[in-house]
Design a protein around this ligand. Structure first.
Ligand code: NI
Length: 184
């Protein structure tokens, strides 16, 4: 497994509508495994393939991100089959470091997808899982969580991002371990 580079806000691939995965090739499985390693390295709770530069409908969610249990959910070609209710909770994104905002999402969602072996399954989520599924499926459609804010809030966030970039806060946000030990 390898840690891949995470694309940041402003990168065109984050705006692409990703293409369905048609064959579960070894390359697809390597991609999924690398995404898990990349997500963990960056202390994230979910990751979509276009965040590592591949516009394919593949995503991972760490079900253990909010607990001790470590369980990874792999989703290929996910589709929302049902959603209900509404919640407003804080989200962040590995592609938009240091920005956290409340986002409107359904309270409950049902998603069908293929797993890491191409087997179909369905999953229902509330709370964290619902937010994570919505957030990552949005990525596959080229949508970022900041797009779901009010125009006013979005302007504030855009100014914050510009300042973070200007101040160098977005340079190498997820340094490789090797780099860290060289610095030490
Ligand atoms: Ni994200």
């Amino acid at each position: 497994m390898a840690i891949r580079k995470i694309e940041l806000y402003g990168s065109p691939v984050l705006r692409e509508k990703s293409a369905p995965v048609t064959d579960i090739t070894p390359e697809v499985q390597v991609l999924l495994d690398d995404m898990v390693e990349t997500m963990r390295h960056a202390s994230g709770a979910g990751l979509a393939a276009n965040q590592v530069g591949i516009a394919a409908r593949a995503m991972v969610v760490d079900l253990g991100a909010r607990g001790e249990k470590e369980e990874i959910l792999y989703l290929l070609n996910p589709e929302i089959v049902e959603q209900a209710g509404e919640m407003h909770e804080e989200e962040g994104c590995l592609s938009i470091p240091k920005i956290y905002e409340r986002v409107k999402r359904p309270a409950r969602i049902r998603v069908k997808a293929l797993d890491r072996d191409g087997k179909p399954f369905e999953i229902e989520g509330t709370e964290f899982l619902c937010r994570a599924l919505c957030h990552e499926i949005d990525h596959l459609d080229g949508i970022l969580f900041v797009d779901r804010l009010s125009p006013l809030r979005r302007d504030i966030v855009k100014r914050k991002i510009k300042k973070l970039i200007r101040d160098g806060e977005w340079e190498d946000p997820y340094p490789q371990p090797e780099r860290r030990s060289l610095d030490a």
